[in-house]
Design a protein around this ligand. Structure first.
Ligand code: ADP
Length: 300
């Protein structure tokens, strides 16, 4: 039996892509797409030629997070062309192919695997320094297929995103074992939504009266700070939201012998940037989370 023609075609297509990074998570909703999107923005800002491939077929959120909703992909004689945010940041997602963003994609395994292979085979990326692949959550058939396809072309490794709660960490352990079993190096684990952090000036303040009434006193507090100590307004206030007594992702990484890349706080400014399809790194707009994300990227 000769080599798999799909794998040969994928290897040919990927020959112009220097590095491939898979972004994984054990659960949905932990911020995998957010991290994939911001990582791509950051790498592009560093002048790398970047591709972002969204194969989270059942919940493609990448077009929105990159500000590309409603865009369509075009086909040329070279293949499917990615949609470009900037000349050095191209994006491909199933989201571009759905006529209606509200439509549920209910596809069985073989069809999903077929589409993933097609993405890898038919998208014309041109010369890329890095291809970031946003995978679906969990460890399913699709993951084995993705890994097999990418390994044939040299996969650098995987970043695993989790939240600090035990329930999420249990799934990350499965994710790490999956990587070990299929021979994918774990580049590191990111603990996302690790505490809440934002400038003090973005908080709302409520006074609860003896009668139990809630009064919004935000303007009074802010005015007091402006008058008495304006430097307080720029402080980043943070708070542990989830129980981290178990040591969180850092401890799990030590136990499993994989690198810990760092913590990213739950940051309403980052959530807004993601909703509006913006990079969190421009104009110091995500003061609480952008430095954390930057330090993670420096470790890669
Ligand atoms: P996943 O890809 O793991 O399903 P998403 O990246 O879609 O998760 O994130 C789920 C939601 O949480 C999105 O609305 C996103 O904007 C928000 N989010 C993710 N990480 C953060 C964070 N660190 N701070 C604030 N909001 C976040």
């Amino acid at each position: 039996k000769g080599p798999d023609p799909d794998l040969v075609a994928i290897a040919e297509r990927m020959a112009t892509v220097k590095h491939k990074i898979l972004v994984l998570s054990g659960k949905g909703g932990v911020g995998k797409s957010t991290i994939s999107a911001q990582l791509s923005f950051a790498l592009a800002a560093l002048d790398f030629q970047v591709g972002l491939l969204d194969i989270d077929i059942c919940g493609p959120s990448i077009p929105k997070m990159l500000g590309l909703e409603g865009q369509e992909i075009h086909q040329s004689n070279l293949g499917w062309s990615p949609v470009y945010v900037e000349s050095n940041l191209g994006v491909m997602s199933i989201g571009f192919m759905l006529p209606n963003p509200d439509e549920a994609v209910i596809w069985r395994g073989p069809r999903k695997n077929g589409l993933i292979k097609q993405f890898l085979k038919d998208v014309y990326w041109g010369e890329l320094d890095v291809l970031v692949v946003d995978a679906p959550p969990g460890t399913s058939d699709e993951h084995i297929s993705i890994v097999q396809c990418l390994q044939a072309t040299g996969l650098d490794g995987a970043i695993i995103v989790t939240t600090p709660q035990q329930v999420s960490l249990i799934d990350v352990r499965k994710e790490v074992s999956f990587c070990k079993k299929v021979g994918v190096p774990v580049l590191g684990v990111v603990e996302n939504m690790s505490g809440l952090a934002q400038p003090l000036s973005d908080f709302r303040f409520t006074k609860i009266t003896e009668a139990g009434e809630q009064n919004d006193v935000t303007e009074w507090v802010l005015q007091y700070m402006r008058d008495k100590a304006p430097e307080l307004l720029n402080l980043i206030a943070s708070s542990e939201v989830f129980d981290s007594s178990g040591g969180g992702a850092a401890k799990m990484c030590r136990e499993m012998g994989v690198p810990f890349l760092g913590k990213v706080p739950l940051d309403p400014q980052l959530c807004r940037a993601a909703e509006e399809g913006r990079s969190c790194f421009v104009d110091g707009q995500c003061t609480a989370s952008a430095p954390a994300l930057r330090s993670i990227i420096e470790k890669l």
